[in-house]
Design a binder for this molecule. Structure first.
Ligand code: UDP
Length: 231
């Protein structure tokens, strides 16, 4: 893999606190990413917003506004993680699909790809810029746009199971799963609209556990880890 899009959930930044940022957790993620950046792998990152806010956090306020708050949460996450990455010696840029003054750059494929070619880690914050979408959709869309080789979905769980392993001790982990099965059976591994976009554009994914030792490095090195989503 030469160019990957890494998706982190917002919760992955929060550690045991489950909300906001846990600095040690974020530094550990940065160190993991640095191992692959140092090998010459180009890395783009999308981060969710669930450690602060999701559109569905409120069923009282207007959904469009609630989703707007969710998109802002992802910007806070990317700004923070980008700065942590810099403290670990990586060069970074944060892109958003709408203007945020001088805090971020307006997304442009050409600029993001130029950054990647220059060895910078790029963050795609602010989701797609539209309500009723998710950061799953953002990850697939941006991965296609920047022509990534693969999406790496770093999760709290170590892959995709046939049932919830927290509830069913006999739950079986898939080594491989086709994107068409995820779509046809509405498996909800990633959101449906994002799954369809990945299927139509043949964008492969590897879903694995972020907390597993050296997991990001193993994922790009082709070691057996997580669940491979084939196209
Ligand atoms: N969001 C949005 N449009 C996007 C991406 C995200 O409206 O293109 C909002 C939405 O409210 C979402 C929140 O940002 O709930 C945080 O994103 P995340 O993907 O973490 O949320 P989830 O998919 O878990 O709802």
């Amino acid at each position: 893999m030469n160019r990957v899009l890494l998706k982190l959930s917002g919760e992955a930044l929060a550690g045991d606190k489950k909300t906001g940022f846990d600095e040690d957790t974020c530094v550990a993620v940065a160190k993991q990413v640095k191992t692959i950046v140092d090998k010459g792998v180009q890395v783009a990152i999308v981060i969710g917003g669930g450690n602060f806010w999701r559109g569905r956090t409120s069923n009282k306020i207007d959904r469009t506004k609630a989703d707007g708050i969710g998109m802002m949460a992802t910007i806070m996450n990317c700004m923070y993680v980008s700065e942590i990455f810099r403290t670990e010696g990586m060069d970074t840029n944060v892109y958003t699909p709408f203007a945020c003054g001088t805090w971020t750059k307006l997304f442009s494929k050409d600029e993001a790809v130029a950054d990647l070619n220059a060895g910078k880690v790029v963050f795609f914050a602010g989701g797609t810029g539209h309500p009723y979408f998710s950061t799953d959709m953002t990850m697939v869309l941006r991965a296609i746009e920047i022509e990534a080789d693969c999406i790496l979905g770093a999760k709290a769980i170590d892959g995709v199971y046939d049932s919830d392993p927290a509830v069913n001790p006999d739950a079986k982990k898939y080594d491989e799963l086709s994107i068409s099965k995820i779509v046809d059976d509405r498996l909800g591994v990633i959101d449906l609209a994002a799954s369809v976009l990945a299927m139509e554009n043949k964008m492969p994914m590897l879903l694995f556990g972020l907390n597993e030792e050296d997991s990001i490095n193993k994922a790009v090195s082709g070691e057996k880890i997580g669940t491979k989503i084939t196209v």
